[in-house]
Design a protein around this ligand. Structure first.
Ligand SMILES: *[C@@H]1O[C@H](CO)[C@@H](O)[C@H](O)[C@H]1NC(C)=O
Ligand SMILES: *[C@@H]1O[C@H](CO)[C@@H](O)[C@H](O)[C@H]1NC(C)=O
Length: 326
């Protein structure tokens, strides 16, 4: 990798800005814009190399998280959780109307405690309708930002959805569980828009003292860019155990374009450039690395739906019955 000098960096930045403006005026995705996403990452990468303080485990994530995320989609979440958890208590599966455009689409948050793992688990799901909007028109989706607890600004949609779920009962459940099981770890996660909600939740729980940097584990699948650089920096200092997992050419982690409206990823990226059947992944510990998923120049929505061989939304909506892959 070549390192860019300050002046070169500046002129690359100007070029990126000009083409970003072109992108906004054209309003569609093209391979050349995605190439700029990768280019901008190279520039960012040369500025930050932070040492690791946690270790990613493929076996841990593979065993639990696809099923946890499928359960957030399920009318009967227990039917899903039963497949991987034995001695557990499901607290609540909260569904809130979080889409102001039609008032019908719901977001959800799930809270349970696994005694075998000594873990309190919270997981999130965003709306289906918003994912469509996100992919087709990230400008609309990302126009609004709002300040977040630990620092920085985040997408309004994610903050709003998290607040609704938190105030609809997750707060009460979690307070109770943390008092009852003070030595348990706290696992926080989500797929897609739910991944951004999970990032906000992790940051929130630690900055408000409900969890600590050493007892919280955050795992997301296909998380879009959630907030700005200040948010990412705060997140990285508060949440050392933080992994954004990306399946091959999943388009969502590339939305919105790096730098657009100041949106910037937090650490750490785990990238599977394959069908995720084995522990064959690459880890990139920068906020925006050119060496993991940004090294592809074309992206697909199909890779967004299936992680570790599971089509989480369809399988979950069937209460985790039938073929997990479809
Ligand atoms: C933008 O934020 C305002 C409140 O600050 C809200 O009323 C409005 O619905 C938001 N718009 C979008 C597109 O999210
Ligand atoms: C899932 O579970 C709910 C609640 O138990 C039930 O009403 C629904 O019919 C189930 N759906 C499927 C596809 O099994």
């Amino acid at each position: 990798m070549c390192r860019l000098h300050e002046t070169e960096t500046q002129s690359w930045r100007n070029l990126v800005m000009i083409i970003l403006i072109l992108k906004l005026s054209k309003g569609h995705y093209g391979a050349h814009f995605e190439a700029l996403d990768a280019l901008n990452s190279i520039i960012e990468f040369s500025k930050q190399e932070i040492p690791l303080s946690a270790t990613f485990s493929d076996a841990f994530v593979r065993k639990y998280f696809p099923t946890i995320f499928a359960s957030t989609e399920a009318p009967n979440a227990a039917n899903c959780l039963d497949k991987v958890f034995k001695n557990y208590e499901l607290k609540k599966h909260i569904n809130v109307k979080c889409d102001e455009t039609d008032g019908l689409d719901t977001c959800s948050g799930l809270t349970f405690v696994s005694h075998d793992d000594k873990a309190i688990v919270i997981a999130f799901r965003g709306t289906k309708g918003k994912l469509q909007l996100l992919v087709e028109s990230d400008e609309i989706m990302y126009r609004n930002k709002t300040a977040w607890f630990g620092g920085g600004n985040v997408g309004y949609y994610f903050a709003h959805a998290f607040n609704l779920i938190w105030n609809d009962g997750m707060k009460a459940d979690l307070n109770l569980l943390i008092h009852k099981y003070p030595n348990y770890e706290i696992w926080v996660g989500g797929h897609s828009l739910g991944g951004s909600m999970a990032a906000l939740a992790s940051n929130f729980l630690i900055s408000t003292g409900l969890a600590t940097s050493s007892n919280l584990k955050m795992i997301t699948f296909g998380e879009p860019r959630t907030g700005d650089k200040d948010f990412a920096d705060t997140h990285d200092s508060l949440v050392p155990y933080s992994y954004r997992i990306i399946h091959k050419k999943d388009i969502v982690p590339h939305i919105p374009l790096n730098g657009m409206e100041g949106f910037h990823h937090h650490r750490n990226e785990i990238w599977y450039d394959n069908e995720m059947e084995t522990a064959d992944f690459k880890e990139c510990d920068a906020q925006e690395s050119p060496f993991c998923s940004d090294s592809h120049l074309d992206f697909m929505i199909s890779d967004h739906h299936r992680y570790y061989g599971m089509f989480m939304s369809f399988y979950g909506r069937r209460n985790c019955t039938g073929d997990p892959a479809n």
